[in-house]
Design a protein around this ligand. Structure first.
Ligand SMILES: NC(=O)C1=CN([C@@H]2O[C@H](COP(=O)(O)OP(=O)(O)OC[C@H]3O[C@@H](n4cnc5c(N)ncnc54)[C@H](OP(=O)(O)O)[C@@H]3O)[C@@H](O)[C@H]2O)[C@H](O)CC1
Ligand SMILES: [K+]
Length: 503
């Protein structure tokens, strides 16, 4: 499923109309009908619905919704922000259809008292004030209505975008509708995945408005939301005649006296994610602790670290920040350029002075920073990274020829050619030390078992989030989940995904 910017959505729209021949009024009819079909089951008899209509095409969708509600004998009132004569184009077309069907409109400006009293009584408000076409802050009369919507007790359903939210997720401080649900039309917009915009959406439903796939193929949109079906399609299938050497011989360089747990989490997650053989390089002082808990791994003393027989490397979790550890990262970059490699946590700290080595690798490295680590690598602020996560990730991945995993509520994976995949799984339970180390292990294991690096990375991120979701649905709260719980939940989550693969 493609995720689009305001400009891309406009191009999709235009192309569908100009080159495919599906007219604007048809798309608007599809859009309004899709929203109506989704909300109709939520409305019980005698519940009062208000449809709020702005001047543009978002308002046009509102006219279709109002007409269909009217036809289904719902108790609906339709409120306009601008006089009918100011409404033009496809929106005017659907306003006229609505009026011809016996629809009646109220003008907010003319009936302010009645409007305020209806707001108090409404059970549902359909917000079709502003969609992708907003520029700047909502005009004062819109601000007033938005504030009233936000004060009301009604269930608020936003059409396409909560009104006031800029489609590309630009920073804003002005009022915007706090929706209970957002009915996204055709494609998710960037705003859904960026702060602060993302907080305004409520539950999101993505509705088809009949844009043909041919349009997406022609326009080559480079950004997608990872779907479970894609994970299932691309998970590695074990050859029945395979042996342990067929599933990767990984080397994990992790852990320190202060942070032995990080090595344990990454190693155990890699083992639970199917890696064939795993060597762990930890300082001597902690090898006994790790060995006692991970009898399935082999140990390589730090001083004797070498890459013989190794087919993939992960470096960084709990490594420590002393200069001698920087040498480890340099050695990985220089000696393992032709095998998959994951760099995370303290590995990223040391990478800062070694970035120029990344583009020289024949197999691109996988970097998995959280926004703080990304900000450190780029010498910028965390808020700058959060605000521009799509463009910053793309520029970095292209410049350094890496697969970049920018962690967050919606972890973003960017390939060296700029393709981007947004991960939908995971929850706030993962906001705890050790979660990232688990991902490093899954990444290493998946890189050694998938044919395509992008599939390996996206599937690892998806599964990592899915285990947290599984725990929340099975006896855990968002407070109590530990890194070890994430690892323990890998078997049921992978079991389910593989069950779905075969059916
Ligand atoms: N995506 C699709 O394929 C389809 C989308 N549809 C819907 O159409 C909107 C986008 O419609 P558009 O007309 O481009 O934009 P909006 O309706 O969001 O708003 C444009 C009008 O709002 C006025 N405006 C602009 N900025 C502000 C502001 N800050 N405050 C108040 N009003 C503002 C603007 O008027 P101006 O005269 O001020 O320029 C416009 O009139 C999309 O989101 C979908 O809901 C269609 O259904 C078809 C398919
Ligand atoms: K809206």
């Amino acid at each position: 499923m493609h995720v689009v910017s305001r400009e891309e959505m406009r191009d999709i729209d235009r192309h569908t109309i100009a080159h495919i021949g599906l007219g604007g009024p048809v798309l608007m009819e599809n859009a309004g009908r899709a929203v109506y079909t989704a909300i109709e089951p939520l409305i019980t008899a005698n519940e009062k619905v208000m449809v709020m209509i702005g001047k543009g095409n978002n308002g046009g969708d509102g006219f279709v919704i109002a007409r269909l509600l009217l036809d289904s004998q719902a108790c609906v009132d339709t409120w306009l922000m601008t006089p009918p004569e100011c409404i033009t184009g496809d929106a005017a077309y659907h306003m006229n259809v609505f009026l011809a069907c016996g629809g009646h409109v109220h003008l907010v400006k003319q009936e302010q008292e009645n409007f305020a009293s209806q707001m108090n009584q409404a059970d549902m408000i359909v917000d079709a004030l502003l969609g992708t076409g907003i520029h700047g802050e909502p005009y004062p009369e819109y601000v007033e209505v938005i504030n009233q919507i936000n004060k009301s007790k009604a269930h608020v359903v936003a059409v396409d975008l909560p009104s006031g939210v800029p489609a590309n997720g630009e920073m804003f401080t002005h009022p915007a509708v706090f929706a209970d649900r957002t009915m996204t039309l055709a494609c998710p917009k960037l705003a859904q995945f960026v702060q602060p915009a993302a907080r305004y959406f409520g539950a999101v439903q993505i509705l088809s408005i009949g844009i043909p796939q041919a349009v997406f193929r022609t326009l080559e949109i480079q950004r997608e939301l990872r779907l479970r079906t894609e994970v299932i399609r691309s998970l590695p299938i074990r050859d029945p005649f395979s042996h342990k050497g067929s599933h990767g011989k990984g080397l994990l360089i992790a852990g320190s006296v202060q942070m032995p747990g990080a090595a344990f989490f990454s190693a155990k997650a890699a083992l639970r994610s199917g890696i064939g053989l795993l060597k762990v390089s930890v300082p001597d002082q902690i090898s006994a602790i790790i060995a006692g808990r991970l009898p399935e791994t082999m140990f390589m003393p730090r001083e004797e670290m070498n890459f013989e027989g190794v087919t993939g490397v992960a470096v960084g979790p709990g490594l420590g920040r002393a200069t001698k550890e920087a040498t480890l990262v340099r050695r990985v970059l220089e000696s393992c350029g032709s095998m998959p490699c994951v760099i995370d946590a303290d590995g990223l700290f040391h990478l800062k002075g070694l970035l120029n080595l990344l583009p020289k690798r024949s197999v691109p490295a996988v970097l998995s920073p959280h926004p703080g680590e990304m900000a450190y690598l780029l010498e910028t602020s965390v808020s700058e990274v959060e605000q521009h996560r799509f463009s910053i990730s793309q520029a970095f991945a292209k410049k350094y020829k890496v697969y970049l995993v920018l962690k967050g509520k919606y972890t973003l994976v960017t390939a060296p050619d700029g393709r981007q995949v947004i991960n939908p799984t995971g929850n706030a339970a993962m906001a705890k030390g050790g979660s990232g180390d688990v991902l490093t292990g899954i990444l290493l294991a998946f890189l050694l078992q998938h044919k395509q690096i992008m599939d390996a990375v996206c599937n690892a991120v998806y599964v990592h989030g899915a285990v947290a979701d599984y725990l929340i649905q099975n006896g855990h709260s968002k407070l109590d989940v530990l890194a070890t719980d994430l690892i323990d939940a890998l078997p049921p989550v992978l079991h389910q995904l593989y069950n779905d693969t075969t059916c």
